[in-house]
Design a protein around this ligand. Structure first.
Ligand code: WT7
Length: 652
C-alpha cells in the first residue's frame, strides 16, 4: 500500500504543473485582495499586526505592540479585552443578535439552531455556574465532550470569567484524560453522559469516572445530558452535577472579565517526541487577533456565509476554525456530531445541501476516504452553494487535491491548503483565495506578517529549489507562549535546534517560485489521519503490557491515513507470540491512549536493531516497513538482526 502522497520523490512533486489562478469572483470581492500587503507587512510587521488587533474590541488599548526577548513574546502589552465579548457580545450590537451562530445536527438526525443571542445567554449563565462552583480567574477547567453546542458554550464561558479551558478530545482514553487533568491541575471537569458516534455511544462519563479516581485537583464535575437512560451513568453526590440543573436558575448576565492581553486563554495538549504530552499555552490578545484576521482572509468569511469546519473541537483546528475564528467574525456555522459514514457515506454532502454550506474545511485523510468511497455519494447532492474549500492536518497529495476540487468543489471552489500547528495558533503558510495561484499539493506561501524559511542542518537558508527544515524567523501574535509548567521544554523543543528561529519539526522544499511543499515530520512524531501521535507514547503503552519486553514504533506510509502505526515488539521469555496477542496489544494501546493510537501492524521481533550505544534505529525499521532497501547499517551493534527482521517482515 504505497501512498501516492508521500511515496513520490519531491522532484516528481515539483513537476506538478497544474495551477489554478484565483477565480474572478474572488479577485473582485474577496476580503483580502491587496497583494501589496505582503511587502507592507514585511517592512513593518508591528504596524501590520497592530492594524489587525484594531479589528477587535478592546476595553483598554495596548501601550506597546510587541516585546520580543527571544523566545519569549508579549503582544499588545497593557491591552485589556475579553474573548467571549469579542466572539459574542459585540455581535449583539452590530445587528447579528438574531443571526444563526451554530446550526447543529446530531448524529441521530436531531437539530438545534442557536443564534448569537442564544449563545450569549447560555454563555453568561454557564459562566455564572462556573463561578458558583468556585472557578476563579486564572483557574483551569477541563472539558471532555463530544461535538454538541455545549462544548462551545463551556469554552466561551471559561474565557468570559478568565479561566483557561483545556479541552481533551472525546476519543481519548480515561488515562489520557487523567494525565491532562493532572498536568493542568484543573478544578472542574465538564463532560457528558455520552455522545453518539457511528450509531454507538461514546461512554464519556464512564471514562471520566475512571480518570477521576486519580485527579485530586477536580472539585466538581458538570455532566451534559445528551443520551439519557441508555448511558447508565452514576452521579457522585457532592461532586457531580447535571448541566441542566445548574443552568436552571443561573443568572443571565455575567460581566466579562477584563483580561490582560497576555493572560492565558487556553491550554491544549499535543504530542511531542517524549511520552509526555505538551500543554501548549495560548494567550488572549495575540491568539484572538490572529485567529480573527486569518479566518477572515483565508476563508473569506462574509456575513451571508455558512461555514463548516468538519474537525473535532478536541483538536486545535476546532478551537481556531469553530470556536474562536468564525465566532470572532460573526459568521454562521454548521456543527455536526457524528461520523461521515453514518447512516450512509453521503452524510456530509447531505448536510452541505440541507444547510447551504458555502465554505467547507476538512483533512486530506478524509478526502482520501471520500475518494475511495466513490463519486456517487457527493453526486447524490446539490452542492452548488459551496464556494470555497479548505484542507488541513497533513500534506495533501495532488491527486486528492484535484479530486476534492472537482467532485466536492464542482471545479469552481479554490482549495486552501493551510499549514499550521497547535503551537502556531492559526494557518501561517496558506493561499489567499483572491490572490494566490494554487498548485495542488503546495500550501503555497507564508501569509502576510509571517516570516518563514527553509534551512539546512546548520541553520543556513536553502536557496529556492532546495529542501530542508521549516523554520519561522519572526514572532507572530498567536504563537504559543510556553509549555504549561515546563518553560525549559518550550525553549528546548522549538528554539534550540536553530537558535533564534522557531523549529516546526517539519521538512519542506521550496520550488523556484518560492512555493512551499511540506514533506511531513522530521522528528519521532507520527501524523496518523491528521492526528499527531508520538512514537514514544505508543511505545510506553506497549511496554506497559505485562508480556512485552521492548518495543519500537514507527509511522508507516498508509494510503488513507497518511501514516499508519507499525510496532515492532519483543516479548518476555516464555510468552507465546500469536495473533491473539497481536489483538490484545492493539486493544491495550487503544485503552491506554485512545482508538486513534491503535497500531495498524504489530510484528514480533526476536531482537530490535540497535546502535552500539543501545539506541533503537527507527530509520531502519521505517525502511523495512515501507519496503525500501535498508539504509546505512554500519553503526549497528549486530547488522544480522535487521537483515533477519526484514526477511521476516516480508514473509508475514
Ligand atoms: C502538524 C501539526 C494545524 C491543525 C491540524 C494539525 C502537519 C498540518 C499541514 C499541511 C502539511 C501539515 C505538520 C504539522 N500539517 N497542516 N497543510 N500540509 N502538513 O495540528 O496536531 O498540531 O499537527 O501537522 O506536520 O507540524 P497538529
Amino acid at each position: 500500500m504505497a501512498d501516492k502522497s508521500t511515496d513520490k520523490p519531491i522532484e516528481v512533486l515539483l513537476q506538478e504543473r497544474r495551477s489554478f489562478p484565483p477565480p474572478k469572483s474572488f479577485k473582485k470581492s474577496a476580503n483580502m485582495r491587496n497583494a501589496g500587503l505582503f511587502a507592507k507587512a514585511k517592512k513593518d510587521p508591528k504596524g501590520f499586526w497592530a492594524q489587525a488587533a484594531k479589528e477587535l474590541e478592546w476595553f483598554k488599548p495596548w501601550k506597546k505592540v510587541l516585546e520580543w526577548d527571544s523566545p519569549w513574546a508579549k503582544w499588545y502589552i497593557g491591552g485589556k479585552l475579553n474573548a467571549s465579548y469579542n466572539c459574542i457580545d459585540r455581535h449583539l450590537s452590530n445587528g447579528r443578535g438574531n443571526k444563526a451562530a451554530i446550526i447543529w445536527e446530531g448524529e441521530p438526525g436531531d437539530e438545534r439552531v442557536l443564534t448569537y443571542r442564544d449563545i450569549w445567554r447560555e454563555v453568561n449563565k454557564f459562566a455564572n455556574v462556573l463561578k458558583k462552583l468556585g472557578v476563579k480567574r486564572g483557574d483551569r477547567v477541563a472539558i471532555y465532550l463530544g461535538m454538541i453546542p455545549e462544548i462551545v458554550i463551556a469554552m466561551q464561558a471559561c474565557n468570559r470569567i478568565g479561566a483557561a479551558h483545556s479541552v481533551v478530545f472525546g476519543g481519548f482514553s480515561a488515562e489520557a484524560l487523567r494525565d491532562r487533568i493532572n498536568d493542568a491541575e484543573a478544578k472542574v471537569l465538564i463532560t457528558g453522559d455520552g455522545g453518539y458516534r457511528r450509531g454507538g455511544i461514546v461512554p464519556l462519563k464512564r471514562n471520566a469516572d475512571e480518570a477521576l479516581k486519580e485527579t485530586p485537583s477536580i472539585k466538581s464535575v458538570v455532566v451534559v445530558r445528551r443520551i439519557g437512560e441508555a448511558a447508565h451513568v452514576d452521579m457522585h453526590d457532592g461532586r457531580d452535577h447535571w448541566w441542566h440543573d445548574l443552568m436552571a436558575d443561573a443568572p443571565m448576565w455575567c460581566e466579562p472579565e477584563k483580561m490582560d492581553s497576555e493572560d492565558m486563554l487556553y491550554i491544549l495538549y499535543t504530542s511531542g517526541t517524549t511520552g509526555k504530552p505538551k500543554g501548549i499555552v495560548h494567550t488572549t490578545g495575540g491568539y484572538l487577533t490572529g485567529c480573527h484576521l486569518i479566518n477572515k482572509w483565508v476563508f473569506d468569511m462574509k456575513d451571508d456565509d455558512v461555514f463548516w469546519c468538519a474537525a473535532d473541537i478536541g483538536w486545535v483546528t476546532g478551537h481556531t476554525h469553530i470556536v474562536y475564528g468564525p465566532m470572532a467574525n460573526g459568521v454562521t456555522q454548521v456543527m455536526y456530531e457524528g461520523t461521515p459514514d453514518w447512516p450512509d457515506k453521503d452524510r456530509l454532502w447531505s448536510i452541505v445541501e440541507k444547510y447551504g454550506v458555502t465554505i467547507f474545511h476538512t483533512a486530506p485523510t478524509a478526502i482520501r476516504t471520500f475518494m475511495r468511497w466513490g463519486t456517487e455519494y457527493p453526486q447524490k447532492h446539490n452542492m452548488k452553494s459551496l464556494r470555497l474549500l479548505g484542507s488541513v492536518g497533513e500534506p495533501i497529495n495532488p491527486e486528492a487535491w484535484v479530486w476534492y476540487h472537482k467532485y466536492i468543489g464542482g471545479g469552481r471552489c479554490p482549495v486552501m491548503d493551510t499549514w499550521w500547528q497547535t503551537e502556531t495558533g492559526h494557518p501561517l503558510i496558506s493561499p489567499l483565495p483572491g490572490i494566490t495561484t494554487l498548485k495542488p499539493g503546495s500550501a503555497t506561501k507564508p501569509l502576510p506578517g509571517v516570516e518563514a524559511d527553509v534551512v539546512d542542518d546548520k541553520g543556513n537558508s536553502v536557496p529556492l529549489g532546495g529542501g530542508g527544515y521549516l523554520v519561522l524567523t519572526k514572532p507572530w501574535p498567536a504563537m504559543m507562549r510556553t509549555i504549561y509548567g515546563d518553560p525549559d521544554r518550550y525553549v528546548q523543543t522549538y528554539w534550540s535546534r536553530f537558535p533564534g528561529k522557531y523549529f516546526a519539526g517539519d521538512g519542506a522544499k521550496r520550488d523556484k517560485d518560492g512555493y512551499y511543499w511540506l514533506l511531513g515530520r522530521v522528528d519521532d512524531v507520527m501524523n496518523v489521519a491528521g492526528h499527531r501521535i508520538s512514537t514514544m507514547e505508543v511505545e510506553s503503552a506497549l511496554v506497559d503490557h505485562p508480556k512485552v519486553a521492548e518495543s519500537a514504533v514507527i509511522g508507516k506510509q498508509h494510503e488513507i491515513k497518511g501514516q499508519g502505526i507499525c510496532a515492532f515488539v519483543t516479548v518476555k521469555a516464555g510468552v507465546d507470540t500469536n495473533s491473539a496477542l497481536v489483538d490484545e496489544l492493539k486493544a491495550h494501546v487503544a485503552k491506554k491512549i485512545g482508538a486513534i493510537a491503535r497500531p495498524d501492524e504489530i510484528l514480533f521481533a526476536a531482537e530490535l536493531p540497535k546502535t552500539r550505544s543501545g539506541k533503537i534505529m527507527r530509520r531502519l525499521l521505517r525502511d523495512i516497513a515501507d519496503g525500501r532497501a535498508l539504509g546505512d547499517t554500519t553503526t549497528l551493534a549486530d547488522p544480522a538482526v535487521v537483515a533477519k527482521l526484514k526477511e521476516q517482515y516480508e514473509e508475514e
